[in-house]
Design a protein around this ligand. Structure first.
Ligand SMILES: N[C@@H](CCC(=O)N[C@@H](CS)C(=O)NCC(=O)O)C(=O)O
Length: 208
């Protein structure tokens, strides 16, 4: 099998961090989004909504959506467990993953896409005011998470989870464009430092 998407960028990196945590070596095929390599007939056949990453199986079947791909791989390789060991843990980690992806990650992404000159190739009709509103929403959410992190190491508890992967890679990925954790969020800053030190995050960083 192989994965379409650039290993150090965006959602493909989320999958790459998961694979590092699991010790699963699956090759990535870089896709240059700014050049529109994901908007070709061949790519539409793999994922009609033209998003990376895509997992392509040896028989040609394809899966998209980062967490769904991870779920598939987790079924094939349950050890070491990363997405929960029992029904409650699985649902709890899913809950956190969805909360982060829909609540915070989407707002940070929309800020980036609506305001950054680097995102213009993907978002030619940017609406900066909408982006700034999303930034404020993201900051509100981050302040709530900062409170949660007062008494635990990671978002869903004491174990690094997919929710941490999603938020940590998003914050690292948009820092250069100017997105910063609010100054009053010390717990969150320390959490990001903890995540950033993990070998899986280091190995998938663009500068690695
Ligand atoms: N919900 C999707 C999001 C995937 C996604 O947004 N991928 C971005 C790169 S990080 C993409 O392919 N963007 C291309 C575009 O917007 O045209 C997932 O979890 O895989």
């Amino acid at each position: 099998m192989k994965i379409w998407g650039t290993r150090t960028q965006g959602s493909p990196r989320r999958l790459a961090v998961y694979l590092e945590e699991k010790g699963l070596p699956i090759p990535f095929i870089p896709v240059d989004l700014r050049q529109g390599e994901h908007r070709t007939p061949a790519f539409f056949a793999r994922n009609p909504v033209a998003l990376v990453p895509v997992l392509e199986l040896d028989d040609g079947r394809c899966l998209s959506e980062t967490l769904s791909i991870a779920r598939y791989l987790e079924e094939l390789h349950p050890d070491p467990p990363f997405l929960g060991r029992d029904p409650f843990e699985r649902a709890h980690l899913d809950m956190w993953s969805r909360r982060i992806e829909f609540g915070v990650y989407a707002a940070i992404r929309d800020w980036y896409r609506q305001t950054s000159p680097f995102a213009r190739a993907l978002e030619p009709e940017q609406i900066p005011a909408w982006g700034e509103l999303q930034k404020r929403k993201a900051e509100d959410q981050l302040r709530l998470l900062d409170r949660d992190l007062a008494d635990r190491s990671f978002l869903a508890g004491e174990v690094f989870s997919f929710a941490d992967i999603t938020l940590a890679t998003s914050l690292e990925g948009t820092a250069a464009a100017g997105f910063a954790i609010p100054g009053d969020c010390g717990n969150l800053r320390r959490w990001l430092e903890r995540c950033a030190r993990r070998p899986s995050m280091v190995a998938t960083r663009a500068s690695a």
